[in-house]
Design a protein around this ligand. Structure first.
Ligand code: UT7
Length: 332
Protein backbone atom coordinates (compact mmCIF):
# COMPACT_ATOMS: atom_id res chain seq x y z
CA UNK A 1 0.00 0.00 0.00
CA UNK A 2 1.19 3.51 -0.82
CA UNK A 3 2.31 5.63 2.14
CA UNK A 4 0.22 8.82 2.53
CA UNK A 5 2.16 11.82 1.17
CA UNK A 6 3.87 13.81 3.91
CA UNK A 7 2.95 17.48 4.34
CA UNK A 8 5.76 19.78 3.25
CA UNK A 9 6.02 22.96 5.26
CA UNK A 10 8.54 25.76 5.45
CA UNK A 11 10.49 26.15 8.65
CA UNK A 12 12.60 29.00 10.02
CA UNK A 13 15.93 27.28 10.59
CA UNK A 14 17.80 30.34 11.90
CA UNK A 15 17.42 34.00 12.77
CA UNK A 16 19.75 36.97 13.21
CA UNK A 17 19.35 40.60 14.19
CA UNK A 18 21.37 43.77 14.17
CA UNK A 19 20.80 47.31 15.38
CA UNK A 20 23.15 50.29 15.13
CA UNK A 21 25.05 50.95 18.34
CA UNK A 22 23.97 54.59 18.66
CA UNK A 23 21.22 54.95 21.28
CA UNK A 24 18.77 57.81 21.51
CA UNK A 25 16.84 57.91 24.78
CA UNK A 26 13.58 59.72 25.49
CA UNK A 27 15.64 62.14 27.59
CA UNK A 28 17.79 62.91 24.52
CA UNK A 29 14.60 63.65 22.53
CA UNK A 30 13.33 65.93 25.31
CA UNK A 31 16.19 68.23 24.27
CA UNK A 32 15.06 68.26 20.62
CA UNK A 33 11.24 68.65 20.75
CA UNK A 34 8.57 69.57 23.28
CA UNK A 35 8.00 66.11 24.76
CA UNK A 36 8.81 64.16 27.90
CA UNK A 37 10.05 60.72 28.85
CA UNK A 38 6.87 60.38 30.91
CA UNK A 39 4.56 61.05 27.92
CA UNK A 40 6.46 58.70 25.60
CA UNK A 41 6.61 55.83 28.10
CA UNK A 42 2.97 56.22 29.14
CA UNK A 43 1.56 56.49 25.61
CA UNK A 44 3.88 54.07 23.79
CA UNK A 45 6.08 52.02 26.15
CA UNK A 46 9.23 53.19 24.32
CA UNK A 47 12.28 54.28 26.37
CA UNK A 48 15.03 54.36 23.78
CA UNK A 49 15.74 53.51 20.16
CA UNK A 50 18.81 52.88 17.97
CA UNK A 51 19.73 55.28 15.19
CA UNK A 52 21.90 54.81 12.12
CA UNK A 53 25.04 56.87 11.67
CA UNK A 54 25.29 59.29 8.74
CA UNK A 55 26.87 56.69 6.46
CA UNK A 56 24.72 53.74 7.55
CA UNK A 57 21.74 52.64 5.44
CA UNK A 58 19.13 49.87 5.49
CA UNK A 59 21.29 47.45 3.47
CA UNK A 60 24.14 47.78 6.00
CA UNK A 61 21.82 46.68 8.79
CA UNK A 62 20.34 43.92 6.58
CA UNK A 63 23.84 42.66 5.77
CA UNK A 64 24.85 42.37 9.44
CA UNK A 65 21.58 40.62 10.42
CA UNK A 66 21.89 38.23 7.45
CA UNK A 67 25.48 37.29 8.31
CA UNK A 68 24.36 36.35 11.84
CA UNK A 69 21.40 34.31 10.54
CA UNK A 70 23.69 32.46 8.10
CA UNK A 71 26.18 31.73 10.86
CA UNK A 72 23.41 30.49 13.16
CA UNK A 73 22.15 28.23 10.35
CA UNK A 74 25.66 26.91 9.69
CA UNK A 75 25.28 27.96 6.06
CA UNK A 76 27.29 29.91 3.50
CA UNK A 77 25.68 32.77 1.57
CA UNK A 78 25.85 30.66 -1.62
CA UNK A 79 23.39 28.20 -0.01
CA UNK A 80 20.63 30.83 -0.28
CA UNK A 81 18.55 30.76 -3.44
CA UNK A 82 16.21 33.73 -2.94
CA UNK A 83 16.38 37.02 -1.01
CA UNK A 84 13.42 39.14 0.06
CA UNK A 85 13.96 42.42 1.90
CA UNK A 86 10.94 44.03 3.56
CA UNK A 87 11.53 47.74 4.02
CA UNK A 88 10.00 51.20 3.65
CA UNK A 89 13.34 52.91 4.21
CA UNK A 90 15.36 51.24 1.45
CA UNK A 91 18.78 52.60 0.48
CA UNK A 92 17.18 54.16 -2.64
CA UNK A 93 14.19 53.50 -4.95
CA UNK A 94 16.39 51.27 -7.11
CA UNK A 95 18.41 49.13 -7.30
CA UNK A 96 16.50 47.24 -4.63
CA UNK A 97 18.02 46.84 -1.20
CA UNK A 98 17.66 43.07 -1.74
CA UNK A 99 19.95 43.34 -4.81
CA UNK A 100 22.41 45.48 -2.84
CA UNK A 101 22.34 42.84 -0.08
CA UNK A 102 22.83 40.03 -2.61
CA UNK A 103 25.96 41.79 -3.88
CA UNK A 104 27.26 42.36 -0.32
CA UNK A 105 26.74 38.65 0.40
CA UNK A 106 28.61 37.87 -2.84
CA UNK A 107 25.83 35.68 -4.21
CA UNK A 108 24.96 35.63 -7.90
CA UNK A 109 22.00 34.46 -9.98
CA UNK A 110 19.41 34.28 -7.21
CA UNK A 111 16.19 36.27 -7.40
CA UNK A 112 16.26 39.22 -4.99
CA UNK A 113 13.54 41.80 -4.46
CA UNK A 114 12.18 44.33 -2.00
CA UNK A 115 8.72 44.15 -0.55
CA UNK A 116 6.77 47.14 0.73
CA UNK A 117 4.04 46.29 3.20
CA UNK A 118 5.41 48.68 5.85
CA UNK A 119 5.26 47.20 9.37
CA UNK A 120 3.57 44.05 8.05
CA UNK A 121 6.41 43.52 5.56
CA UNK A 122 8.21 40.75 7.41
CA UNK A 123 5.07 38.61 7.66
CA UNK A 124 4.20 39.33 4.01
CA UNK A 125 7.76 38.18 3.10
CA UNK A 126 7.40 35.10 5.27
CA UNK A 127 4.15 34.24 3.51
CA UNK A 128 5.70 34.56 0.04
CA UNK A 129 8.79 32.57 1.05
CA UNK A 130 6.53 29.92 2.60
CA UNK A 131 4.62 29.50 -0.70
CA UNK A 132 7.82 29.16 -2.75
CA UNK A 133 9.23 26.60 -0.32
CA UNK A 134 6.09 24.51 0.08
CA UNK A 135 5.85 24.22 -3.72
CA UNK A 136 9.57 23.26 -3.73
CA UNK A 137 10.30 26.14 -6.15
CA UNK A 138 13.17 27.40 -4.00
CA UNK A 139 15.07 25.51 -1.36
CA UNK A 140 16.38 28.14 1.02
CA UNK A 141 15.09 31.69 1.28
CA UNK A 142 16.56 34.57 3.25
CA UNK A 143 13.96 37.09 4.39
CA UNK A 144 15.02 40.32 6.04
CA UNK A 145 13.15 43.22 7.62
CA UNK A 146 15.50 46.22 7.53
CA UNK A 147 14.69 49.81 8.38
CA UNK A 148 16.58 53.08 8.72
CA UNK A 149 13.42 55.03 9.54
CA UNK A 150 15.12 57.71 11.61
CA UNK A 151 16.44 59.11 8.31
CA UNK A 152 12.85 59.96 7.37
CA UNK A 153 11.79 61.67 10.61
CA UNK A 154 10.91 65.31 11.03
CA UNK A 155 12.73 66.19 14.25
CA UNK A 156 10.33 69.11 14.70
CA UNK A 157 7.27 66.80 14.73
CA UNK A 158 6.87 65.36 18.21
CA UNK A 159 3.95 63.17 17.09
CA UNK A 160 6.25 60.97 14.98
CA UNK A 161 9.92 61.51 15.87
CA UNK A 162 9.57 59.86 19.29
CA UNK A 163 8.19 56.63 17.84
CA UNK A 164 10.61 55.10 15.35
CA UNK A 165 14.01 53.40 15.45
CA UNK A 166 16.48 51.63 13.15
CA UNK A 167 17.44 47.95 12.92
CA UNK A 168 17.20 44.72 10.96
CA UNK A 169 16.19 41.13 11.54
CA UNK A 170 16.72 38.14 9.26
CA UNK A 171 15.34 34.62 9.00
CA UNK A 172 16.23 31.66 6.79
CA UNK A 173 13.49 29.30 5.66
CA UNK A 174 13.86 25.74 4.45
CA UNK A 175 11.45 22.89 3.61
CA UNK A 176 10.63 20.23 6.19
CA UNK A 177 8.38 17.17 6.26
CA UNK A 178 8.45 17.11 10.06
CA UNK A 179 5.37 18.07 12.07
CA UNK A 180 6.50 21.69 12.48
CA UNK A 181 7.00 24.92 10.54
CA UNK A 182 4.73 27.68 9.25
CA UNK A 183 1.13 26.54 9.87
CA UNK A 184 -0.61 29.52 8.31
CA UNK A 185 -0.21 33.13 7.21
CA UNK A 186 -2.96 35.71 6.78
CA UNK A 187 -2.40 38.94 4.86
CA UNK A 188 -4.70 41.97 4.70
CA UNK A 189 -4.70 45.51 3.32
CA UNK A 190 -7.10 48.45 3.16
CA UNK A 191 -5.78 51.06 0.74
CA UNK A 192 -8.73 53.36 1.44
CA UNK A 193 -7.00 54.25 4.73
CA UNK A 194 -3.64 54.86 3.04
CA UNK A 195 -3.49 58.47 4.16
CA UNK A 196 -3.21 57.45 7.84
CA UNK A 197 0.58 56.86 7.51
CA UNK A 198 2.45 58.40 4.59
CA UNK A 199 5.73 59.52 3.13
CA UNK A 200 4.45 61.56 0.20
CA UNK A 201 7.56 62.94 -1.48
CA UNK A 202 10.15 61.46 -3.80
CA UNK A 203 7.83 59.24 -5.85
CA UNK A 204 6.22 59.90 -9.23
CA UNK A 205 3.26 61.72 -7.60
CA UNK A 206 5.45 64.31 -5.84
CA UNK A 207 8.95 64.04 -7.30
CA UNK A 208 11.68 65.65 -5.22
CA UNK A 209 11.66 69.42 -5.64
CA UNK A 210 12.17 72.57 -3.61
CA UNK A 211 8.42 72.50 -3.03
CA UNK A 212 8.39 68.93 -1.62
CA UNK A 213 11.26 69.90 0.66
CA UNK A 214 9.44 73.02 1.82
CA UNK A 215 6.27 71.02 2.50
CA UNK A 216 8.34 68.41 4.39
CA UNK A 217 7.00 65.67 2.14
CA UNK A 218 10.13 63.55 2.54
CA UNK A 219 9.24 62.81 6.15
CA UNK A 220 6.89 60.29 7.74
CA UNK A 221 3.47 61.67 8.66
CA UNK A 222 0.97 59.73 10.74
CA UNK A 223 -2.56 60.18 12.01
CA UNK A 224 -1.55 58.38 15.19
CA UNK A 225 -4.78 58.24 17.09
CA UNK A 226 -6.88 57.16 14.06
CA UNK A 227 -4.29 54.49 13.24
CA UNK A 228 -4.31 53.31 16.85
CA UNK A 229 -8.07 52.68 16.82
CA UNK A 230 -8.06 50.75 13.52
CA UNK A 231 -4.98 48.76 14.61
CA UNK A 232 -6.56 47.60 17.88
CA UNK A 233 -9.75 46.41 16.15
CA UNK A 234 -7.98 44.77 13.18
CA UNK A 235 -5.41 42.96 15.33
CA UNK A 236 -7.97 41.68 17.83
CA UNK A 237 -9.99 40.10 14.99
CA UNK A 238 -6.85 38.88 13.23
CA UNK A 239 -5.40 36.91 16.14
CA UNK A 240 -8.76 35.35 17.05
CA UNK A 241 -9.41 34.32 13.41
CA UNK A 242 -5.87 32.96 12.98
CA UNK A 243 -6.16 30.67 15.98
CA UNK A 244 -9.73 29.59 15.15
CA UNK A 245 -8.84 28.64 11.58
CA UNK A 246 -5.98 26.49 12.87
CA UNK A 247 -8.02 24.89 15.68
CA UNK A 248 -5.63 26.29 18.27
CA UNK A 249 -6.92 27.57 21.61
CA UNK A 250 -5.29 30.71 23.05
CA UNK A 251 -4.16 28.55 26.01
CA UNK A 252 -2.09 26.45 23.56
CA UNK A 253 -0.10 29.50 22.44
CA UNK A 254 3.47 29.48 23.75
CA UNK A 255 4.28 33.06 22.81
CA UNK A 256 2.84 36.06 20.96
CA UNK A 257 5.45 38.06 19.06
CA UNK A 258 3.70 41.27 18.00
CA UNK A 259 4.87 44.19 15.92
CA UNK A 260 6.42 46.57 18.44
CA UNK A 261 4.62 49.87 17.77
CA UNK A 262 2.74 50.63 20.95
CA UNK A 263 2.51 48.77 24.27
CA UNK A 264 -1.17 49.67 24.62
CA UNK A 265 -2.02 48.08 21.25
CA UNK A 266 -0.07 44.96 22.25
CA UNK A 267 -1.83 44.78 25.63
CA UNK A 268 -5.23 45.06 23.92
CA UNK A 269 -4.37 42.19 21.56
CA UNK A 270 -3.11 40.00 24.41
CA UNK A 271 -6.17 40.80 26.48
CA UNK A 272 -8.50 39.80 23.61
CA UNK A 273 -6.75 36.41 23.58
CA UNK A 274 -6.91 36.17 27.39
CA UNK A 275 -3.11 35.89 27.27
CA UNK A 276 -0.99 37.04 30.22
CA UNK A 277 1.73 39.54 29.30
CA UNK A 278 4.47 37.10 30.30
CA UNK A 279 3.54 35.15 27.13
CA UNK A 280 4.16 38.24 25.00
CA UNK A 281 7.56 39.14 23.57
CA UNK A 282 8.30 42.82 24.19
CA UNK A 283 11.37 44.82 23.31
CA UNK A 284 9.91 48.11 22.09
CA UNK A 285 11.20 49.86 25.20
CA UNK A 286 14.72 49.36 23.75
CA UNK A 287 14.15 49.66 20.00
CA UNK A 288 11.01 51.74 19.42
CA UNK A 289 9.01 51.01 16.30
CA UNK A 290 11.37 49.54 13.69
CA UNK A 291 8.54 48.80 11.20
CA UNK A 292 9.35 45.71 9.09
CA UNK A 293 12.35 44.92 11.31
CA UNK A 294 10.43 44.81 14.58
CA UNK A 295 9.12 41.23 14.40
CA UNK A 296 12.37 39.58 13.21
CA UNK A 297 14.36 41.50 15.84
CA UNK A 298 11.91 40.37 18.55
CA UNK A 299 11.79 36.81 17.16
CA UNK A 300 15.57 36.59 17.17
CA UNK A 301 15.70 37.79 20.77
CA UNK A 302 13.01 35.26 21.75
CA UNK A 303 14.99 32.45 20.11
CA UNK A 304 18.32 33.55 21.62
CA UNK A 305 16.91 33.85 25.13
CA UNK A 306 15.18 30.46 24.99
CA UNK A 307 11.69 31.93 25.01
CA UNK A 308 10.96 30.01 21.80
CA UNK A 309 11.78 26.31 21.82
CA UNK A 310 11.15 23.34 19.51
CA UNK A 311 7.46 22.44 19.42
CA UNK A 312 6.24 25.84 20.67
CA UNK A 313 3.23 27.46 19.02
CA UNK A 314 4.28 30.98 18.05
CA UNK A 315 1.94 33.71 16.80
CA UNK A 316 3.33 36.71 14.89
CA UNK A 317 1.13 39.72 14.09
CA UNK A 318 1.68 43.17 12.60
CA UNK A 319 -0.13 46.31 11.51
CA UNK A 320 1.18 49.24 9.49
CA UNK A 321 1.05 51.73 6.65
CA UNK A 322 -1.01 50.83 3.61
CA UNK A 323 -2.89 50.12 5.73
CA UNK A 324 -1.72 46.52 6.00
CA UNK A 325 -1.99 43.86 8.66
CA UNK A 326 -0.88 40.24 8.83
CA UNK A 327 -0.36 37.19 11.01
CA UNK A 328 1.71 34.02 10.93
CA UNK A 329 1.23 30.94 13.07
CA UNK A 330 4.30 28.75 13.46
CA UNK A 331 5.01 25.46 15.18
CA UNK A 332 8.67 25.96 16.09
O1 UT7 B 1 3.69 50.88 13.15
C1 UT7 B 1 2.74 51.39 12.27
C2 UT7 B 1 1.42 51.52 12.91
N1 UT7 B 1 1.46 52.59 13.84
C3 UT7 B 1 0.84 52.49 14.98
O2 UT7 B 1 0.29 51.46 15.27
C4 UT7 B 1 0.82 53.70 15.86
C5 UT7 B 1 -0.55 53.89 16.40
N2 UT7 B 1 -0.71 55.08 17.20
C6 UT7 B 1 -0.10 55.27 18.39
O3 UT7 B 1 0.73 54.52 18.81
C7 UT7 B 1 -0.57 56.44 19.22
O4 UT7 B 1 -1.72 57.00 18.63
C8 UT7 B 1 0.49 57.56 19.42
C9 UT7 B 1 1.56 57.06 20.39
C10 UT7 B 1 1.12 57.90 18.10
C11 UT7 B 1 -0.15 58.78 20.04
O5 UT7 B 1 -0.81 58.44 21.25
P1 UT7 B 1 -2.32 58.92 21.51
O6 UT7 B 1 -2.68 58.47 22.84
O7 UT7 B 1 -3.15 58.45 20.35
O8 UT7 B 1 -2.16 60.49 21.51
P2 UT7 B 1 -2.85 61.59 20.61
O9 UT7 B 1 -2.31 61.55 19.23
O10 UT7 B 1 -4.33 61.50 20.77
O11 UT7 B 1 -2.33 62.91 21.30
C12 UT7 B 1 -2.70 63.25 22.64
C13 UT7 B 1 -2.00 64.54 23.04
C14 UT7 B 1 -2.16 65.66 22.02
O12 UT7 B 1 -2.28 66.88 22.73
P3 UT7 B 1 -3.73 67.56 22.98
O13 UT7 B 1 -4.29 67.79 21.61
O14 UT7 B 1 -4.51 66.54 23.76
O15 UT7 B 1 -3.38 68.78 23.74
C15 UT7 B 1 -0.85 65.65 21.28
O16 UT7 B 1 -0.52 66.91 20.75
O17 UT7 B 1 -0.60 64.31 23.16
C16 UT7 B 1 0.11 65.29 22.37
N3 UT7 B 1 1.33 64.68 21.90
C17 UT7 B 1 2.49 64.70 22.59
N4 UT7 B 1 2.81 65.24 23.78
C18 UT7 B 1 4.07 65.08 24.21
C19 UT7 B 1 1.53 64.00 20.74
N5 UT7 B 1 2.80 63.60 20.67
C20 UT7 B 1 3.41 64.00 21.80
C21 UT7 B 1 4.71 63.87 22.30
N6 UT7 B 1 4.99 64.41 23.51
N7 UT7 B 1 5.69 63.22 21.64
Amino acid sequence: MKEPAKTIRSRIIATGAYAPSKKLTNFDIEKIVDTSDEWIVERTGIKERRTCGTHEAASDLAFEASKIALKNAGLKAKDIDMIIVASVSTDMPFPSTACILQDRLEIKNTPAFDLNAACSGFIYSLSIADSFIRTLTYKRILIVGAEALTKFLDWEDRTTCVLFGDGAGAAILEATDEDRGVLSTKLYADGSLGDFITLEGGGSRNPASKDTLKKKQHFIKMKGNETFKVAVRALENLVIDTLKENNIKPSQLSILIPHQANLRIIQATASRLGLSMDKVMLNLERYGNTSAASIPIALDEAVRTGRVRAGDIVLLEAFGAGLTWASALIKW
